[in-house]
Design a protein around this ligand. Structure first.
Ligand code: NAD
Length: 362
């Protein structure tokens, strides 16, 4: 007897068909049971022929929400309207994927979560940088404890283009680099460091004269004494490495996105090594002399191995009763940390942090 298993196909509509909205067409190809069905953008000039091939074009957002053929709404508009669009779609009994930053602050995210819980629809945020190869190398490194006790993680993204685009420069649209990039880099740190945050310091940069930040330096201190230093810069004509990690037994560094990384590990025979002073600048130093070949071993970081499903495959699995890889409580924790980072910068103070959402992150 021939057994035919019919898999349900889910139909998705992209709302906000700019740069990222268009990219979601490709991302959806990662999930066999997902069809990119239609688009809606408030600006009809986004419907150029080659962009909307085989897609239904909706005349309004209401038309998307009223269409019974639509299972999933993907929100890829500017940040300030994410909250209202997400809530409307959930109330219309659609599953929702929302671009990052999910909202402008933690309270707005809580409002969406309340509605999602009440109506029982899936709500997931596209925190896609958990799939970055350089990040996966760092996550694997921490899991294997290659460096011993890690006490410092530095995560940076640097560019020299200023803040590009229009709405990204304006606070009222949810612009600024904390919301744009901070949300990714904080999310990565929380995903790989399993400890409670006890204090936050942040210095937002307003060098470019916009009313929202053009970069920042953020320090998160954990209850296990680890510090994460997160930095975003848009006026860095020479970049610093993407990752720099220090442990009791070694140091790791990754220079670029997805590139291979280097690890230098202290050898066991360290106590037998006699350090020689070297000339450094106008003086001599033993403390800052390079580690000798006998002192350390250099290795390349492992290729990133990652077992998890692609984002949209996990969205479909979650709709079908599986576990969401990006949990809403985790996203809420990131939003809450960003709220406190902004406060710390305004006060120019290290602020104590009550890590309310830590347990949900695990
Ligand atoms: P964009 O300006 O290129 O596109 C936004 C689109 O939304 C525009 O076409 C605009 O006309 C449309 N829009 C505005 N108001 C609308 C409304 N009320 N209804 C329907 N459409 C509306 O911006 P973008 O770079 O595509 O960013 C969109 C979202 O994607 C932002 O939240 C951004 O943070 C996010 N994003 C995420 C990543 C990532 O890697 N996850 C990368 C880039 C952007």
């Amino acid at each position: 007897m021939l057994l035919v298993v019919l898999m349900k196909m889910y139909r998705a509509v992209i709302v906000g068909f700019g740069g990222m909205g268009f990219h979601h067409i490709d991302l959806m190809k990662e999930a066999k049971q997902l069809q990119c069905y239609g688009v809606y953008d408030i600006d009809p000039s986004k419907y150029e022929k080659n962009r909307v091939k085989n897609l239904k074009i909706y005349p309004s957002y209401e038309a998307v929400l009223q269409d019974q053929e639509v299972d999933l709404v993907v929100i890829a508009t500017p940040n300030d309207i994410h909250k209202d669009l997400c809530i409307q779609a959930l109330e219309a009994h659609k599953h929702v994927v929302c671009e990052k930053p999910v909202t402008l602050n933690a309270n707005e995210m809580k409002a969406i979560m309340e509605v999602a819980n009440r109506v029982g629809m899936v709500f997931m945020v596209h925190q896609n940088r958990r799939w970055d190869e350089d990040y996966i190398m760092i996550k694997n490194l921490l899991e294997k404890q290659t460096l011993g006790d890690v006490f410092n993680i530095e995560s940076r993204v640097h560019g020299a283009n200023g803040v590009p685009g229009d709405w990204r420069k304006e606070k009222r649209y949810g612009g600024g680099m904390m919301l744009d990039w901070g949300v990714h880099l904080i999310d990565q740190i929380l995903d790989c460091v399993h400890a409670t945050i006890i204090s936050i310091y942040c210095d937002l940069s307003f060098r470019l004269g916009n009313d929202c930040d053009d970069g920042f330096q953020l320090i998160l201190t954990f209850d296990n004494s680890m510090k994460a230093r997160i930095e975003v810069g848009t006026t860095n004509f020479i970049k610093m490495p993407r990752w720099y990690v220090q442990g009791a037994n070694g140091t790791a560094m990754i220079n670029e996105w997805g590139s291979t990384g280097d690890i230098t590990i202290r050898n066991d025979m360290v106590s037998e090594v006699v350090l020689k002073p070297v000339k450094a600048g106008a003086g001599f130093t033993k403390t800052m002399a390079p580690p000798s070949e006998d002192f350390t071993t250099k290795v390349k970081m492992d290729n990133p191995k990652d077992e998890k499903l692609p984002f949209y495959a996990n969205v479909v699995a979650t709709i079908e009763g599986g576990t969401a890889y990006i949990k809403n409580e985790q996203v809420l924790r990131v939003m809450d940390i960003m709220d406190h980072a902004i406060q710390a910068s305004e006060k120019n103070q290290v602020i104590k942090y009550n890590d309310l959402y830590f347990n949900q992150h695990e």
